[in-house]
Design a protein around this ligand. Sequence first.
Ligand code: ADP
Ligand code: MG
Ligand code: MG
Length: 881
Amino acid sequence: MADLYDFSATDGSDKDLLGGKGAGLARMTSLGLPVPPGFTITTEVCRATMASGDIPADLWPEVDAAVARLEEQTGRTFGSGPVPILLSVRSGAKFSMPGMMDTVLNLGINEGIVKTLIEWSGDPHFGWDANRRFLQMYGDVVLGIEATLFQDVLTEMRATRGVDDDSELTSDDLEETTRRFRAIIERERPGQLPDDPMQQLRGAITAVFKSWNTKRAIAYRRIHGISDDLGTAANVQMMVFGDLGDDSGTGVCFTRDPATGSKTLYGDYLPRAQGEDVVAGRRNTLTLDELAGLHPECHRQLIEIMDGLETHYRDMCDIEFTIEKDVLYILQTRAGKRTAAAAVRLAVAMVHEGLIDEKTAVTRVAPAALEQLHRPRIADHVDIGSAVASGVAASPGAATGKVVFTSDSAVARAREGEKVILVRPETTPDDIHGMAAAIGILTSQGGKTSHAAVVARGMGKPAITGAAAILVDVDAGVARAKNDDLREGDVITIDGTSGLVFLGEVDVVEPESIPELQELLTWADQIRKLEVRANADTAEDAAFARARGAAGIGLARTEHMFLGERLAIVQSLILSSDPEQRQKALNDLEQQQIGDFESLLEAMDGLPVVIRLLDPPLHEFLPSRLELEHEMLGRVRAGRPIDDLQAMSDQVARWEEDNPMLGLRGVRLGLMVKDLYRMQARAATTALTRRIQAGAAPHLEIMIPLVAVAEELIQMRDVIEEEIARATEGSGVELDIDIGTMIELPRAALTAGEIARVADFFSFGTNDLTQMTYGLSRDDAEGLFLRDYLEQGILSSDPFQSIDRDGVGRLIRVATKEGREANPDLIVGLCGEHGGDPESIAFVHDLGLDYVSCSPPRIEGARLAAAQAALGDMESAQRVD
Ligand code: ADP
Ligand code: MG
Ligand code: MG
């Protein structure tokens, strides 16, 4: 297999080999679009380089030959006149990682060639600018010199010349800048800047392959779940110059509005600019309409190309273009990043337009993004005049949090549980950690396509860019907004939907749902096999979950019903030795529980409701001995009696456990304090009877937690069935109640065949099952070592977020199989955090589970994820990025 392919040599269908950018360039070339010529060195070469630590030696002759073909094709020459070719060397992995990896532009320039370029172009400004840009990028990307060393020179040049933008520097200024850049490189990396263009090219290609493993690239892949093994391709392409005088420029455009999804073309154009100038946001960009005024023919051609690419890829495309002396070139296309709302609207609109089918539409929206559609926004009554600044509405949703100016500080404060908003002049790929830790992002520069905007949209966080009225001075740790100074820790509210910034906290409201979402979810419902239920403990949660499409309650945790004012009753039930007092407590609780269950059954009328009997880590219900002792001390000092407190303290001591999570919990407590579970069963049957008598259609299921041994379930089942029989006897109403168990202990999973004989259903409690399988406590692990484990790659993902397929997943597989063999009617579900996680949903779909149950805000995402699981992995084959 060849190490590289000319853009014109393939049709660009092999994204694994060519990477997304290379595939797009080849595809656009084959479609006849004006793509500057070049070639793609394959991801295979990157993988070989990673494996051996060196670029395969046989690559370089192939590169030489490819450059020779370029020269032949263009009639220009690399490394000499009269018309020198400059090259861009660009990384491009299979999945787009915007701004994550490195590009070197204007490669092939040296002190001689810059003169030739100036002669050719008649534009010294252009020549020296090309040269200084090359030195800056080569110095940074290839030689690893601190980028700020170069930026400081430019900042100083701008200041002494009294200009805001590099483009306003004179050619003399740029020549001087170039000289100073050379001096920096000579000082920092003596003798390492090759004059020979071919040596430069080799250096840059090597650097692109190495950039696959930079810290920020690895961090990006972690966040977006991209495998480290894919490797990147390297694209070598002839430069076209957007900075060649006033009839040149560069831009980015989207075939639809990436923020709303509406069918309007969107673009940013910057005259006299190159490369990332347009997304860096230092100068204000022009709109596509303004571009039409400057370059009517290029504009017409661009619109036609946008249209053609969208039809070809059947998706919203994000396109990079450059105009060189009134001639249009296309430099990149990929599936445009979009907000969740835009993704939903686009997908549904494209079905209506006949561009894609319903199944494809279902694969086009990331399930996790649906939550953001229901994100809070600023309340209507808030005086928008009170905003201290407005910027570009870069990513929707409102967020209130404390200002931080650096990513490190964002990470540190988030670790302490604080909500922070990262405030920066602009963000760069080095800020990825800080952006991940923040709940919102605010930058004073940039537009809708700036780094901050693109990354925030991908992460689904509110962001405002280009809020020029906020002057951010990171070094001084202050941002000036109108007349106020914002310092680290000050609270602000940002509204990424309107682009407004407020001081302090302001009222926010829930958004209304977009109608297209219901249509999309209806398609998803037709496709999916998994049922989606909700984890809900209250009638309000249940009603909310039902509105989001829950097919019942998969987990109603009754211990939540025992807290608050009822805590005292529970305490006296457990602690009191006086039978009369205990009975009273039991009766009180029973009355309360009947009401709880009735309201749940009512909210979910016609749908199943799984009530899990009490599973408290006991200590959560008992008073703390330390506090009791304090109280006693106080009384002793006041000369009052302490007998009652002493008795209570003794009782608490009796129940005290070293490891409450491994102690008298769940069914164990049920068997030891028998009348507790009996009371709950009675309350549930009474509630059910009353609902039936009221003419409703309730479906009750009772679930026993923490079963390890079949005998536990057998004994509990007897108790519950006695209560059912008694209720039926009393009322004459036939009760049909399924009785099942959580599978949350490894022993239960391993003996599922036995347990299934006495269970009507299983529900995997994957939080506990994960804790018990790993032998760690989630709360402790998170603070102490889980993060380090993830950072060091000891764990590849957080097992509390996505099911650990190899370990916990294996238990689930075994238990499902053996449970169903023993009891063919067994219903198998999963409750716990994983029920809302798309990857875990895909896993249990493959295992053939009947349902997942998740928290109400995640229900819509789970419905979509279940459909995507059913459709398999057709998405990756279709996407352009
Ligand atoms: P990214 O993956 O971050 O988009 P790119 O490799 O696309 O990085 O390149 C960075 C910038 O350089 C982009 O703005 C791109 O349009 C520009 N660029 C890349 N190649 C060329 C070229 N051959 N001529 C002119 N500009 C180029
Ligand atoms: Mg880049
Ligand atoms: Mg690009």
